[in-house]
Design a protein around this ligand. Structure first.
Ligand code: DGT
Ligand code: CA
Ligand code: CA
Ligand code: ZN
Length: 581
């Protein structure tokens, strides 16, 4: 049965293609709204169609779009997608993604210069044909040339979260093949990198050929790249490459260790084996003569034989974990189960999909103890942000709604916009009266680093601010983060009792692992928040926690894991205690 995610992607693509045809903006918006509805839906569209339900009951889904979805669920292509693809060269979708291009310019490049792909765009820039176009100029041309490179870099990797459904499905299918003893994922996916180049699977089986065949015959496979006795590589219809390797049970741990990587971590382990007069490879840890296998069935066995404690996969990047494993001082990494609070969530008071009561129930259903409602402040008009009066009314609504989720502590908050000069978009008195203030930068991302740093510092020093939301503004594979002095911001955050967010949305994961690590090293605290715009978004927490683990964070570093009393003290900027003592 077709999942919601590809359906949403296709609706989005129709919107993008229509925009390139200069279609009515409202029509473009309609497809995008429907895409978002489908992506955020708790139920599968396919099962709704199967049950004969009326798709036009979904917000933003009219008759036309419902018909497209039904056709697609029943195995056809969406007619509107075929039509739109007919009208616009597919390569233009890459061209719009280049920073400094956008739909209007992409259309001009296409119509005036015949640019229909990234390659053609690059050639046009190199040959200096772009600067003479109306509305372009030399500066734009240079920017486009650099942008092409960035898009190429982004294309090579995909967001880990976007590979998750494929990985879960393949593991489930392969584990069910008769004779398969074990099947696991390795590589960057297992290490929890925010993006992955490809997916690496390992299988232990009595009948490896059966497992290989099951992969080759999987309905998501577009093309078999290669298939031998030990390894099969396939390309899925969504473009993801998957490598499946067969290993013997006695070497499973050594193989899992080797193919999990990272390469840098492996190099350190191999060196350590050599220092001990042994040899480490994907088949095991061996005596120097290669005759006797010392360890190999489990990873733990290999680490133990190297006098190391077990290193969680998220830390295997040669960023100090080998030394800490030697001294027995590896961090006790935070887990999803440690999390009690979400400090950043939206409702339909601004641009969220669900009403207040629905969000509160959804949070309680997921076992959260605390949920902060942080709709947008007034500056971001697109989001239907709230001004002072609306926020005061919402406060009453929150008080009235508390009963729907009796076990849940609901905090009154806001996501206030950091203006260009670092002021916030709501008055101090109002902000002081809220339980939680998330301050986020959404505009003017291109200020020079000095100005940007001053701007963010001003927000961090504001006495009412508790959380700096998605601090760098990066969008994975779409936009680099802002240029600013992270170290100065982190130090100020530590000083002023402001937590830096790890925004768990798979498009953001911001701060990333390296920055979060630096933040905690400087004494700051982290808040892992979902920034939920729909109830299903509350489940995105796990992606943020993976990044927190990669940053080496323990529960104590993450304010959402604290008791409600300790969290409240932090938010009130009282001297911060600990849960332990
Ligand atoms: P990716 O796929 O680019 O996101 O990153 P990885 O880490 O999954 O890399 P991949 O798929 O090329 O290989 C999986 C793991 O196999 C890698 O993390 C370490 C191990 N590996 C692969 N090639 C080598 C190698 O030449 N030397 C060493 N030491 N390890 C390797
Ligand atoms: Ca890989
Ligand atoms: Ca690979
Ligand atoms: Zn938000």
């Amino acid at each position: 049965m077709v999942r919601n995610a590809p359906l949403a992607d296709e609706l989005e693509e129709i919107g993008d293609l229509l925009e390139l045809q200069d279609a009515n903006p409202f029509r473009v918006r309609a497809w995008r709204n429907a895409a978002r509805t489908v992506a955020d839906l708790e139920r599968s569209v396919a099962s709704m169609v199967e049950a004969g339900e009326d798709l036009t009951d979904l917000p933003g889904v009219g008759k036309d779009i419902a018909a497209q979805l039904e056709a697609r669920v029943q195995g056809a292509s969406m007619p509107a997608l075929l039509e739109a693809r007919e009208a616009v060269p597919a390569g233009l979708l890459d061209v719009v993604r280049v920073p400094g291009v956008g739909p209007k310019k992409a259309r001009a490049l296409w119509k005036e210069l015949g640019v229909e792909s990234l390659d053609a765009l690059e050639a046009a820039a190199r040959e200096g044909r772009i600067e003479d176009l109306k509305g372009f100029g030399a500066k734009t041309q240079t920017r486009i040339e650099q942008g092409v490179e960035q898009v190429r870099r982004f294309q090579a990797r995909r967001r880990r979260a976007d590979a998750e459904a494929d990985v879960d499905d393949l593991l489930r299918v392969l584990r069910a093949v008769p004779g398969v003893e074990r099947c696991e994922v390795a590589g960057s996916y297992r290490r929890g990198r925010d993006t992955v180049g490809d997916v690496d699977l390992l299988v232990v089986a009595d009948d490896p050929a059966g497992a290989m065949a099951a992969l080759r015959d999987h309905p998501s496979v577009e093309r078999v790249i290669g298939s031998g006795e030990e390894k099969t590589s396939v390309l899925l219809t969504d473009g993801l490459q998957v490598d499946l390797r067969v290993v013997e049970a006695a070497a499973f741990g050594a193989a899992w260790l080797y193919f999990t990587g990272s390469k840098a971590h492996n190099v350190r382990l191999r060196g350590r084996a050599q220092d001990r007069d042994a040899r480490l490879n994907e088949y095991g840890l061996w005596t120097a003569d290669g005759d006797t296998r010392i360890a190999g069935a489990s990873e733990g066995e290999v680490y133990a034989a190297l006098d190391l404690s077990f290193v969680p996969p998220e830390l295997r990047e040669d960023r100090g974990e080998v030394e800490r494993a030697e001294r027995g001082t590896l961090p006790d990494l935070v887990t999803v189960d440690d999390v009690r609070a979400d400090l950043h969530a939206h409702t339909d008071w601004s641009d969220g999909q669900a009403d207040l009561e629905t969000m509160l129930r959804a949070a309680a259903d997921r076992g959260l103890e605390v949920l902060a409602i942080t709709d947008h402040g007034p500056t971001l008009r697109m989001t239907g942000g709230l001004d002072r009066d609306a926020l005061l009314r919402q406060a009453d609504a929150i008080d009235a709604a508390r009963d729907v989720a009796p076990g849940l502590t609901v905090l009154r908050g806001v996501e206030t916009d950091v203006l260009e000069d670092g002021r916030l978009d709501l008055d101090d008195e109002l902000l002081a009266g809220l339980d939680v203030v998330v301050a986020s930068v959404h505009t003017h991302l291109a200020l020079d680093a000095a100005a940007q740093t001053e701007r963010i510092l001003r927000a961090v020093r504001h006495p009412a601010v508790n959380v700096l939301g998605h601090p760098t503004g990066r969008l994975i594979n779409r936009r680099e983060g802002m240029a600013f002095d992270l170290h100065a911001v982190v130090e100020a955050a530590a000083e002023h009792g402001v937590a830096l967010e790890i925004n768990a949305h798979p498009a953001r994961l911001d701060l990333d692992d390296g920055a979060a690590r630096a933040a905690v090293a400087a004494g700051a605290k982290i808040a892992v928040n979902t920034d939920a715009h729909a109830t299903t978004d509350l489940d995105l927490l796990r992606h943020g926690i993976v990044q927190a683990r990669r940053a080496g964070l323990e529960a104590d570093d993450v304010v959402n894991t604290w008791s409600t009393a300790r969290l409240r003290a932090f938010l009130a900027k009282e001297t911060v205690g600990t849960d332990r003592g």
